[in-house]
Design a protein around this ligand. Structure first.
Ligand code: PLP
Length: 558
């Protein structure tokens, strides 16, 4: 048990290890489930290798190349050590968890599978859904969902009842169990050892997605008892573009390689090839050597600090939840979740939430403007977010470098943002209410996103609203990371969105459209106009696609 003072010191010691924090930044980074900041030793190992020891691996026989191969293979040992693999040859380097899951799903055939059912947990990331859908189609199998339980107060929950139901679903017809170790939205640690034990009892393969687990807790694949375990380097302080597919050696031997090319073969002729044994049989082409070198350092750091990382993040999670509770934020991921007696802790530091009485999208934008880096959207887990009955939610995710001061700053920004949005909702006038089209000038003059966003929210009230009855498939515009409907009513274009920020953007476009002479409307460059108003930079790529669709409709007269 650490004292409060020791915990604070611990977090500061961790923070020092991340160059991102060496230059004073006002940014509170709470998006580590998307990607983590990079460890000092990762950065220096990548730099040193590139500048002093660079050579390709598994190819040349000259000393530099041999040394590079040794370093690369030492990384395999280090990663094997991190997750307690039996041997380094069970570690396949990939470009990330997505490639790892595809590698497994694409390499399977009927002969390796008992049963006809692929069981997928309801909260999976798309990376752990789509490859299984493709496999089901290829081999004529069924997808079956391990559903969470519904709870009126907190959305979806994983309880003892859920757990028992899942166990009973893993039956003789189950060929594959695909489940995350930790949900990237709910932060729940699933009891994967028990689920894998049941899978093994019925002869099913178990594939565990450890992407959100490895940086935060002890991972021991022997203890979990799975057949495959996958994760990404960039979510564990290592570079992007590198990841791991661990498999029991005999499972890897049975799997067909789906990526073919150099270095994965021992013999090639124009009539065929003989593959190398695992892991090289899956590493066709020149690998991401720098990524692997960086991953080695990250793996060592996590292995040497697992206990402290876990203690610190658990304490910080408790601190955050207590602060959010005081604000009465509806954190749907946190009530009545089963505390798993098989795991030491039941959650990692991922909190997804939707605020009560405040537009979530507007809140996210308001927080970005207050230097809080968090994620808003569906988190590549659309089936889960749909099941929660919402379009999107906010998510903060912690890592070892976060401190209580980060949380204080976040909660303070959250409180201010909520208050600002509530007071904006209560004022129904554009400010100042002066000349016609003054809003255009106000938007241009606003010199930061906070002010521009505020103008957009005010402007959202000027949007000619599309009546409920006309919000249908015909009027729907896709993209925008929100629902949007747009349709002409008489001479007026009317629109609606469930996001206030998007209603503001729609208002900008529709008011401009309305102000133009009808002959000019088709020729007008709306994208350039948004750029001139200084709005473009603040939209995500997804939202930009949606805005493009709105503009297309405007150009066609909706
Ligand atoms: N699985 C989970 C649980 C994730 O959170 C993610 C990414 O967010 C992935 C898989 C995919 O990881 P990557 O994009 O690094 O391949």
């Amino acid at each position: 048990m650490h004292s409060q003072a020791e915990m604070i010191q611990l977090s500061l010691n961790f923070r020092k290890r991340f160059p991102f924090y060496h230059n004073a930044t006002p940014m509170v980074y709470l998006d580590s489930a998307a990607t983590t900041q990079k460890l000092d030793k990762v950065v220096s190992a990548v730099h040193d290798f590139s500048s002093k020891r660079n050579a390709s691996v598994h190819r040349g026989a000259y000393p530099l190349a041999n040394a590079a191969t040794k370093e690369y293979e030492r990384a395999r040992n280090e990663v094997a050590h991190l997750i307690s693999a039996n041997e380094a040859s069970e570690i396949v380097f990939t470009s990330g968890a997505t490639e790892s899951i595809n590698l497994i799903a694409n390499g399977l055939d009927k002969a390796q599978l008992n049963g006809n059912k692929i069981l997928i947990c309801e909260s999976e990331h798309h990376a752990n859904i789509l490859p299984w859908q493709a496999l089901a189609k290829r081999l004529g199998m069924q997808i079956s969902i391990l559903k969470l339980d519904r709870c009126r107060r907190s959305g979806l929950v994983f309880t003892e009842t859920t757990f028992q139901r899942w166990l009973s679903q893993i039956d003789d017809d189950t060929a594959i169990l695909a489940c995350a170790h930790v949900s990237n939205v709910l932060g729940v640690i699933y009891p994967v050892p028990s689920l894998c034990e049941q899978a093994s009892r019925v002869g099913a393969l178990s594939v565990i997605d450890g992407t959100q687990a490895v940086a935060h807790m002890l991972v021991n694949v022997q203890h979990i008892g799975c057949d495959f375990y996958v994760f990404s380097g960039h979510k564990m302080y290592a570079p992007t573009g590198v990841g791991v597919c661990w498999g029991k050696y005999e499972r890897l031997e049975a799997l067909s390689p789906s990526k073919l090319g150099g270095e994965m073969v021992s013999k090639v002729s124009f009539s065929g090839y003989t593959a190398q044994p695992p892991p090289l049989k899956f590493e066709a082409g020149t690998p991401n050597i720098l990524g692997v070198i960086g991953l080695r350092e990250a793996a060592r750091f996590i292995r040497e600090n697992t206990q402290d990382i876990q203690a610190h993040e658990t304490q910080l999670l408790g601190y955050t939840l207590a602060k959010l509770k005081a604000l009465s934020i509806n954190c749907f991921s946190y009530s009545s979740v089963r505390s798993d007696e098989r795991a030491e802790h039941s959650h990692i530091g991922i909190i997804s939430f939707v605020p009560i009485d405040v537009d979530s999208d507007a809140l996210a934008h308001s927080l970005y403007a207050k230097d809080i880096a968090l994620r808003y959207g569906q988190h590549c887990a659309m089936p889960l977010v749909d099941a929660l009955g919402m379009k999107a939610c906010l998510r903060i995710s912690l890592a070892c470098y976060n401190t209580q001061a980060d949380i204080d700053q976040f909660v303070d920004a959250l409180e201010r943002a909520i208050n600002e949005l509530k007071s904006l909702a209560n004022s129904d006038q554009l400010e100042p209410q002066d000349a016609e089209n003054a809003w255009e000038q106000h938007l241009k003059d606003a010199n930061n996103w906070s002010e521009k966003h505020r103008q957009l929210l005010l402007l959202s009230k000027q949007l000619p609203s599309l009546p409920n009855a006309l919000r249908n498939k015909d009027s729907e515009v896709h993209g925008c990371e929100a629902q949007v409907w747009l349709k002409k009513q008489g001479d007026t274009l009317c629109a609606h969105s469930d996001s206030k920020t998007v209603r503001g953007i729609l208002a900008v476009l529709l008011l401009k459209h309305q102000a133009l002479a009808s002959a000019d409307r088709k020729r007008f460059d709306y994208s350039q106009y948004l750029r001139e108003l200084g709005l473009e930079n603040y939209f995500s790529a997804g939202r930009k696609d949606g805005i493009r669709n709105i503009i297309n409709r405007l150009e066609q007269g909706a």
